[in-house]
Design a binder for this molecule. Structure first.
Ligand SMILES: [Zn+2]
Length: 254
């Protein structure tokens, strides 16, 4: 049944995003409301493509409505608004849980001992696999401080080369050497500040690893661009070139 429905979505000429749902989706996301109408139309095309090529599955009994699909797709496509849809090639499914979900984890320590445990997560991205989200977390409006949808899809961009390391495949106008230099300096600055017990203005989960730093900074780039520009100016510039967007100017027009 799911396959039939997906085929219908793929080939149907019916508009897949009713105006009422599209407007409701935009209104939940202040950043999208600030975009001009031409850009919103371009975003809508990307969202339509996302809905036609990705599958959504509800887990733990969650019914996934069209409004929920549009909400997630809108945020996912915001990241690639000025990139190519192929940035999301190579994987298929978005899985939504009603709330946080438990996943088994495994780690082999230096002595070769395998440790198993469970973690409660609100989001997870697999290399060439699904994006898994808590709907409770995903429903957070874009004017809040953090956003799990932007976070997990930023991981997807990072993992296009098969590894989550905070350095996604870069466009020709960006130098991987300069990217690594600027991100490493900012990451070390954040870790040093946290070690000193200083308050930081971004989610301190960014200190977990360079991959989490990239994902958290990508969230903050869209949610709190003034903070990223002020505290990590070189990273702001790298992200603006990478995403080909300038949220600071969009949200604070002169
Ligand atoms: Zn993460």
């Amino acid at each position: 049944m799911r396959t039939l429905r997906n085929l219908w979505r793929l080939f149907s000429s019916r508009p897949a995003i009713p105006d009422s749902l599209w407007q409701a989706g935009l209104e939940r996301l202040p950043y999208c409301q600030a975009l001009d109408s031409d850009t919103q139309a371009r975003l809508r095309e990307l969202v339509l493509q996302f809905l036609r090529t990705k599958t959504f599955e509800g887990a733990a009994g969650l019914h996934v409505s069209d409004a929920m699909r549009i909400h997630v797709a809108l945020q996912a496509c915001l990241l690639i608004l000025n990139l190519d849809f192929d940035y999301y090639a190579g994987w298929q499914a978005v899985i939504l849980y009603p709330g946080d979900f438990r996943v088994p984890k495994e780690h082999v320590d230096e002595a070769g001992v395998v440790h198993h445990w469970h973690e409660e997560l609100s989001g997870e991205s697999w290399v060439q696999g699904p994006v898994i989200l808590s709907w409770d977390a995903a429903a957070t409006p874009l004017d809040k401080h953090t956003n799990i949808v932007l976070h997990e899809f930023a991981h997807k961009l990072d993992m296009r080369d098969g590894v989550a390391d905070g350095c996604p495949p870069l466009p020709p106008e960006l130098s991987s050497t300069n990217w690594a230099r600027d991100f490493l300096a900012a990451y070390e600055k954040l870790c040093a500040a946290l070690d000193q017990g200083e308050l930081v203005r971004i989610d301190d989960y960014a200190s977990e690893s360079p991959a989490e730093f990239f994902a958290v900074l990508s969230e903050a780039f869209f949610l709190s661009p003034m903070v990223v520009r002020a505290d990590f100016p070189a990273v702001y510039q790298q992200l603006a070139t990478f995403y080909r967007q300038d949220p600071l100017t969009l949200l604070n027009p002169t």
